[in-house]
Design a protein around this ligand. Structure first.
Ligand SMILES: NC(=O)c1ccc[n+]([C@@H]2O[C@H](COP(=O)([O-])OP(=O)(O)OC[C@H]3O[C@@H](n4cnc5c(N)ncnc54)[C@H](O)[C@@H]3O)[C@@H](O)[C@H]2O)c1
Length: 425
């Protein structure tokens, strides 16, 4: 098999994770082009993957003017430009691996599905959790009918306090007007996709949701709190959300977000980092005084066609990041925490001297984020495009629509006091 000739569109941190497949398994993928308006990213990527200068572009519009020289693209641009950058790639004749969320509202989600159908191209969405052995094992057991018919599915995501601060209080996904994605869409489109995937043929029929920003509001700022932790705050060494404690005492945590500007310039110097937090960086602002306007917790309730019910709870500001799952069927249950790397199957067992019988399956992984999913997904994209083979985890855009619609409706419901909204597929 020849490697899949692939163009990176949006050469940021996510694209590079998938593109690293070209370095690990060059027989599968070859990176042959880069589209990014940022000259530093373009230069770095063209050098790293040895890309010809005539295949480096500032925009998708420039790319599609030249004769096609690749078969696929990895689109890792930011959420609100996924649709507008992907449609021209499809028209140009490329199959696309596209980051989630694939769209930021229902109208553009349907527009992109229609474009993929119209141009007959494959669009696969980076729902990496489907590839994590934890969820994959659960899907296989449900598929085999191990626990019978599903009665109820419960998912929870606990977003750690440092992740919450970095992404949704101070960072790139903290303000709806800036990023155009709600917290549920940015953080939990994964979980809503997992719910729909595990429910299989059982379709969602109604959604309701509640949630708000309870913690990170001005009224909760400690007395005497300053506006920039390391400039004018007497609580800089005590506050749980002090920028000094989160980012200077842990300079490597979330570095690709917090120190993106410095890393792009090849700078790794603690004094420069302190200077940044004291001056321009949004990560240096008081967590209670930033311009965030997304929720910090949200609960979603879904009713399915069969009468089964599902819930997803997203809770930001937890002591550690954790994803939990518990599914109850007519014969037993499957449950576990992604981070523990164990799936427990507990079966009803009415035999004398028994109550239930339990099996614990080890699904632990070591060397990849998202429970082992990132590189498996990139490899699966290659198989999907080249061999037309869809694995059990493969997420075509058509297949991703349900989860996205459930998120859009949950946000609409939350904004309308929990109103029950029908799902129209
Ligand atoms: N699958 C996951 O689990 C997961 C995890 C984190 C982020 N994401 C998603 O991945 C996407 C990228 O996130 P990131 O953190 O890698 O972002 P990033 O900021 O590191 O990368 C985005 C890149 O796009 C470039 N860009 C901007 N406008 C462009 C345009 N018009 N055309 C081409 N390139 C353009 C930027 O210069 C930048 O290099 C987001 O949609 C995010 O929600 C997914």
């Amino acid at each position: 098999m020849n490697p899949l000739k692939t163009i990176i569109v949006g050469g940021g941190h996510r694209s590079l994770i998938y593109a690293s497949l070209a370095e690990i398994k060059p027989e599968k993928m070859q990176i042959v082009g880069i589209v990014d308006p940022d000259p530093i990213r373009r230069k770095y990527i063209s050098e790293r993957f040895n890309i010809a200068s005539e295949h480096c572009f500032e925009s998708v519009e420039e790319l599609v003017k030249v004769p096609r020289f690749a078969d696929a693209a990895i689109n890792g641009t930011m959420d609100n430009i996924h649709v507008k950058t992907t449609i021209p790639l499809l028209e140009y004749g490329l199959d696309v691996l596209l980051e989630k969320p694939f769209a930021v509202n229902e109208k553009e989600a349907r527009e992109l599905v229609a474009a993929a159908n119209k141009y007959g191209r494959k669009v696969m969405i980076c729902f990496v959790l489907r590839y994590a052995p934890f969820y994959r094992k659960i899907k296989e057991e449900l598929h085999k009918g191990t626990i019978g018919d599903i009665i109820n599915i419960q998912l929870s995501e606990y977003v750690s306090y440092h992740h919450m601060s970095t992404s949704h209080v101070r960072g790139k996904w903290n303000n709806y007007e800036k990023c155009h994605a709600s917290m549920l869409l940015a953080k939990c489109s994964h979980d809503m996709d997992i719910m729909m995937w595990l429910m299989g043929e059982d379709k969602p029929v109604a959604v309701s949701s509640f949630g708000c920003n309870k913690q990170f509001v001005l009224g909760n700022a400690p007395e005497n709190a300053g506006t920039r932790c390391m400039v004018d705050c007497p609580l800089v060494d005590e506050c749980l959300y002090s920028a000094k404690r989160l980012y200077i005492d842990h300079p490597d945590r979330w570095s690709f977000y917090v120190w993106a500007d410095l890393e792009d310039r090849g700078i790794d110097d603690i004094e420069e980092k302190i200077k940044l937090l004291k001056t321009d960086s949004p990560y240096g602002i008081c967590a209670y005084k930033s311009d965030n306007n997304v929720v910090d917790h949200q609960s979603v309730l879904v009713n399915f066609q069969s009468g089964a019910t599902g819930t997803h709870n997203m809770v930001g500001g937890a002591s550690k990041g954790l994803r939990k799952l518990h599914i109850t069927g007519t014969k037993g249950e499957i449950y576990g925490n992604l981070e523990d790397g164990k799936v427990t199957i507990s079966m009803i067992d009415p035999r004398p001297e028994h109550e239930f019988s339990e099996t614990v399956i080890d699904v632990s992984v070591k060397d990849d984020s998202h429970g082992g999913g990132d590189l498996l997904l990139a490899e699966d994209f290659v198989d999907y495009v080249v061999n037309d083979e869809m694995s059990i985890s493969c997420t075509s855009i058509q297949d991703s629509l349900r989860g996205h619609l459930a998120v859009f409706l949950a946000d609409e419901s939350r904004e309308n006091g929990g109103q029950v909204l029908p799902v129209i597929l």
